[in-house]
Design a protein around this ligand. Structure first.
Ligand code: UTP
Length: 288
């Protein structure tokens, strides 16, 4: 079994659900407490043992590349003022040279298309996909748990969590065959089914492990829901030939792709913050 060494992180979308905040700032740079979304996701991947992150960027997303590079003037200023702790946090954003690559999706034609843009950098090996609007703050992160599961069952994996049955029409859900512990062997995925038609209430969240054969299917560039090239459609086709498991992870994932989700993530992580969590809790108590 080939190891999973690379993660594809698509960051080329328009982030329409959080406009106008994302008019001139990439959604992936929206902060949760003191770090942008993309930082959580890249760190989660490297901590899981991933060696190389491939960011699929687009127009107006250049600030993401700057975030992962040195900011010499800023660093020199902090050094001169002996602001060591802040300086360390700024330098921690710069990973080993060559560990992050960027490729460009010229138009946001869909998540499947964004992943396909990374095909040459990924090559003929299994890879992970992480969506940066869903962040995990606790360790081990979801990707680590998924890579452990991959070591057991191989094939392809999607991360899932249980959603209220009446909300299945908001998500992609999996069709289960059999469950063993935290792993569910699945026969396919259904996008946004009505509760009465839903094969389960396990919703797919933004972490995947995929075999490179997915690229041949994405190459066909077939449009699906919303006129977009959907990753789910290609995964369903691959599921007809290869095994897929849904992985129920431990811990909490925050969906920051909507305004409410982003606010909840900020509140949850602010409450846990060792420097000001108690003060923030008091602030909320007074207002509720
Ligand atoms: P989303 O659908 O959540 O992001 O895609 P979006 O399209 O930016 O947001 P809305 O729906 O308009 O509010 C998940 C991730 O996939 C990327 C997005 O940047 C986001 O990080 N993506 C999506 C692409 O890179 N290209 C696409 O064509 C679509």
């Amino acid at each position: 079994m080939k190891p999973v060494r690379k993660v594809v992180i698509p960051v080329a979308g328009h982030g329409t659900r959080v406009l106008p905040a994302t008019k001139s700032i990439p959604k992936e740079l929206l902060p949760v407490v003191d770090r942008p979304l993309i930082d959580y996701v890249v760190n989660e991947a490297f901590e899981a043992g991933i060696e190389h992150a491939v960011l699929v960027t687009g127009r107006g997303k250049g600030a993401i590349e700057d975030y992962f590079d040195h900011a010499f003037e800023l660093e020199a200023g902090l050094e001169a003022k002996k602001k060591t702790q802040i300086l360390d946090s700024v330098r921690a954003c710069v990973h080993t040279a060559g560990a992050i690559s960027y490729t460009r999706q010229q138009a946001p034609l869909g998540l499947g298309h964004a992943v396909w843009c990374a095909r040459d950098i990924v090559g003929d090996e299994p890879f992970a996909v992480s969506l940066p609007d869903e962040i995990v703050a606790r360790r081990p992160g979801y990707l680590k748990q998924m890579l452990n599961a991959y070591g057991e069952v191989g094939g392809n994996l999607v991360a899932v969590e249980e959603a209220p049955k009446e909300e299945t029409s908001k998500y992609g859900v999996v069709a289960p065959i059999a469950r063993k512990g935290a792993l569910i062997e699945m026969s396919g995925m259904v996008e946004k089914p009505a509760p009465e038609d839903a094969p389960s209430n396990f919703r797919i969240i933004g972490r995947y492990v995929l075999q490179p054969d997915i690229f041949d299917l994405l190459e066909q560039q077939e449009k699906g829901a919303g006129g977009e090239i959907q990753l789910t459609d290609a995964m369903n086709k691959l599921n007809a030939r290869q095994t897929f498991h849904a992985c129920i992870n431990e811990g909490e994932i925050h969906d920051c792709g909507s305004k409410l989700g982003w606010m909840k993530a900020n509140a949850a992580l602010a409450l846990e913050n060792p420097d000001f969590g108690d003060a923030f809790a008091e602030f909320l108590r007074v207002r509720l």
